[in-house]
Design a protein around this ligand. Structure first.
Ligand code: C2O
Ligand code: CU
Ligand code: CU
Length: 421
């Protein structure tokens, strides 16, 4: 809806609903009654107001994951009580065209609210998509999530689930079990969002390469062809597939071991079927996309180490040895400077690292340089791995958070407050 003052208005109402999930009537949590919530489609430069109404029995709030907007707007410390509403107003930054999503971020409640269904996709459109191959591509937004059902309700978390991160037995794409999507022959564009609390997806489309053109909230410089693509919780990928002839393709989730308990899933699982229809045609990939700035780590003003660990009895998680506290500032950085962060994961399981508001670039993984430059906001830290990233703190000041995006770990303390002054 366009308001008279030129602001585009979106309204999200968080409310419980009973929906059919994998053929079972289940009480879930929704935005506006659907699983996932509605697609928020924004344009670079657009002024936007998102009103969040809380029709849940518990407090909640909203996080616009990945958007580089002022921390005072996207503030996870906000608490929206049952029956209350709040609004988030901002201008969509130029150059932010990419794939994002939204979900609650009330510390301690994120896991259950997300696992029970509260999330939705958000896309920002920019000039690259107005003409050329991307304008002609068939596009689908695919929100990947998972769920376990117990007697018409979403299954509870066990103590073990808080340690490992809970994986639901139903693998959902846009709220459905193994849906079939119809596309026309030509170029197919998949906007993939991993909205699971903890499940990793090693994605593949047998018979076709995945031509990655964007990761998280940004385009790459040129398409990168991959046979399979790891998508960890919170992470997004913008992928082109050439479908020159009619036929069927299966999007698979392949086994990947993120904990010592072994691979999950144990066998490849089909997430969805792509039904390609129409006359044979050529599908030409774009050759270049958008330049990615090279960051010079020699201009960094500080190098810091962040170490991600867990402990038992009770199960809890730490950044630099400390569990999260609301009012503690863990790191202070200077605006308009570049920092290098060394992210260390000495624990026996993977942790997906996420930083709000300030996109960053991977420099090295265990000393090996990143294969191509890319702006990221979520990256996986494999068990035992050290990843060095360069983070420019530009444009915004205020308080932001970094955390593990296995949200069980976030709720159990693997989060820190960063103050940018
Ligand atoms: Cu999607 Cu702080 O997270
Ligand atoms: Cu976020
Ligand atoms: Cu973690």
């Amino acid at each position: 809806e366009r308001l008279p003052d030129g602001v585009t208005l979106f309204t999200l109402e968080a409310r419980p609903a009973t929906l059919s999930v994998g053929d079972q009537e289940t009480r879930v949590l929704t935005y506006n009654g659907t699983l996932p919530g509605p697609l928020l489609l924004l344009e670079e430069g657009e002024r936007v107001r998102i009103v969040l109404r809380n029709a849940l029995p518990d407090a909640t709030n909203l996080h616009l994951h990945g958007l580089p907007i002022p921390p005072a707007v996207d503030d996870p410390h906000r608490v929206v009580a049952p029956g209350a509403e709040t609004s988030y107003e901002f201008t969509v930054p130029e150059g932010s065209a990419g794939t994002y999503w939204y979900h609650p971020h009330l510390h301690g409640s994120v896991t259950r609210q997300l696992f029970e269904g509260l999330s939705g996709p958000l896309l920002v459109r920019g000039p690259l998509e107005r003409s050329g191959p991307l304008a002609a591509a068939w596009e689908h937004v695919l929100v990947l999530s998972d769920l376990s059902i117990d007697n018409g309700r979403v299954a509870d978390h066990t103590e073990m689930d808080w340690g490992r991160g809970k994986e639901g037995s139903l693998l959902l794409v846009n709220g459905q079990v193994r849906p079939t999507l119809t596309v026309r022959t030509g170029l197919v564009r998949l906007r993939l969002i991993n909205a699971s609390t903890a499940r990793y997806h090693q994605l593949a489309l047998p018979g076709r390469a995945l031509h990655v053109i964007g990761q998280d909230g940004a385009f790459l410089e040129a398409p990168v062809a991959m046979e399979s693509l790891l998508l960890v919780p919170g992470e997004r990928a913008d992928v082109l597939v050439t479908a020159e002839e009619a036929g069927t393709l299966q999007l698979l989730s392949l086994p990947y071991a993120r904990t010592p308990a072994g691979p999950s899933p144990r066998e490849p699982v089909a997430l969805l079927t792509l039904q390609v229809e129409g006359a044979p045609t050529r599908a030409d990939l774009p050759t270049t996309l958008r330049p990615v700035e090279r960051l010079d780590e020699r201009s960094a003003v500080a190098t810091r180490t962040l170490t991600f660990t867990g402990a038992m009895n009770p199960i809890r998680f730490m950044v630099n040895g400390r569990t999260y506290e609301h009012h503690r500032t863990d790191l202070t950085v200077k605006a308009d400077t570049l920092e290098v962060w060394e992210l260390r994961n000495p624990s026996p399981m993977d942790h997906p690292f996420h930083l709000h508001v300030f996109p960053f670039q991977v420099l090295t993984r265990d000393g090996v340089p990143a294969p191509f430059p890319a702006w990221r906001d979520v990256i996986n830290l494999r068990a035992g791995e050290t990843v060095r990233i360069a983070v420019p703190f530009r444009e915004h000041t205020g308080d932001v958070m970094l955390h593990c995006h296995i949200v069980e770990h976030e709720d159990r303390g693997m989060m820190a407050n960063v103050r940018v002054t």
